[in-house]
Design a protein around this ligand. Sequence first.
Ligand SMILES: NC(=O)c1ccc[n+]([C@@H]2O[C@H](COP(=O)([O-])OP(=O)(O)OC[C@H]3O[C@@H](n4cnc5c(N)ncnc54)[C@H](O)[C@@H]3O)[C@@H](O)[C@H]2O)c1
Length: 379
Amino acid sequence: MPVCVSVPRETAPGERRVASTPEVVQRLTKAGVEVRVQSGAGSSAFYTDEAFTKAGAKIVGERRDVIAAADVLLKVQPPSVEEVGWMKPGAVVVGFMNPTRALDSIASLRDRKLTAFSMELVPRITRAQVMDALSSQANVAGYESVLLGAEACPKYFPMLTTAAGTVRPAKVLIMGAGVAGLQAIATARRLGAIVEAYDVRREAGEQVRSLGAKFLELQIDAKGSGGYARELTAEEKVKQQALVSQAVADADVAITTANVPGRKAPRLIDKDMVGRMRPGSVIVDLAAESGGNCELTRPGETVETGGVTILGPLNLPSRLAFHSSQLYAKNLQAFLELLIGKDGKLVTSYADEILAASVLVTNGEVRYAPTRDLLGAPK
Ligand SMILES: NC(=O)c1ccc[n+]([C@@H]2O[C@H](COP(=O)([O-])OP(=O)(O)OC[C@H]3O[C@@H](n4cnc5c(N)ncnc54)[C@H](O)[C@@H]3O)[C@@H](O)[C@H]2O)c1
């Protein structure tokens, strides 16, 4: 029996992405995998049932049926407890599992002795780059954040010389120069803005400069393990505030993308700093979901104060659903190549470094310690 891979329609509010695309389905079916797609699964991302059918997928009407048939369930958002209840014994789910928040679903996966791989836990080693869904989606978020900022800003981004006079270019400040921040820099530059950026990791400076932006130098280096940042000390935070405060006051648009994995987002812009910004300025807070880089951010809302607009957008990748789905589907395709052996069967040993790191729950056991701690012992 060939492995059955299923792609249901995502049901989380505002989620337009789909976990696979006709292009990837075609590759899977060519490799002997059976693919089932729920009718309409790709419609919000503009992948039609016809295109999936042409790629070799079987279209299934009911969500329950597509999930129940799966040996491997491909998801964008974590499955609901109800969906976990429909999975068959021995099945595997792969997707963003939200390992510290989707605790009810993870507990049901554990109790039903099912297996889940969490794309958030894929290690950042060279071999896993093709599966790095955090990066592919952060890239989209960085791009979208600039479009939102430009839209909300009452100024041109580029410098213009016209018969009616000269327009000075907008000043855009990018705070946090990781994957999203670097894409935001590149996008704002393409629109012609003057871009400044800063990050607590000093090594980010070279990448920032290579994109044509100015790097704000802070005389500390907060590089932690695995390419991520560590948390700053109290003294370092004071130094950082002074430097940042001036740059924020000068910005027409500030885009914040700073995160420290597993922690609340660092606070970079407080109320006073917002008060020093010029009317018409805009803040786009990409960390809204993890607590916000700006004190006044409200997740999913737009706040206006003293002429400053503060956007706290949620799930930006979903806004660019066609391309974010395309990239995510490729990430999952590469992951499936590890999960389905050369013999066409699901592997049962997760000894491979990437599988070992990303297996969140299997065989009645939660493997990722922070989730295990949050869940406590099974009842
Ligand atoms: N396979 C790989 O080797 C691989 C893959 C992806 C990313 N990376 C690297 O990992 C790094 C971080 O990636 P990410 O974008 O997922 O990180 P992230 O989303 O966790 O954080 C975004 C950025 O915020 C910065 N930050 C944290 N605290 C801050 C503070 N107080 N002030 C200012 N900035 C702060 C971080 O240094 C990071 O650059 C990047 O250097 C990236 O190039 C490596």
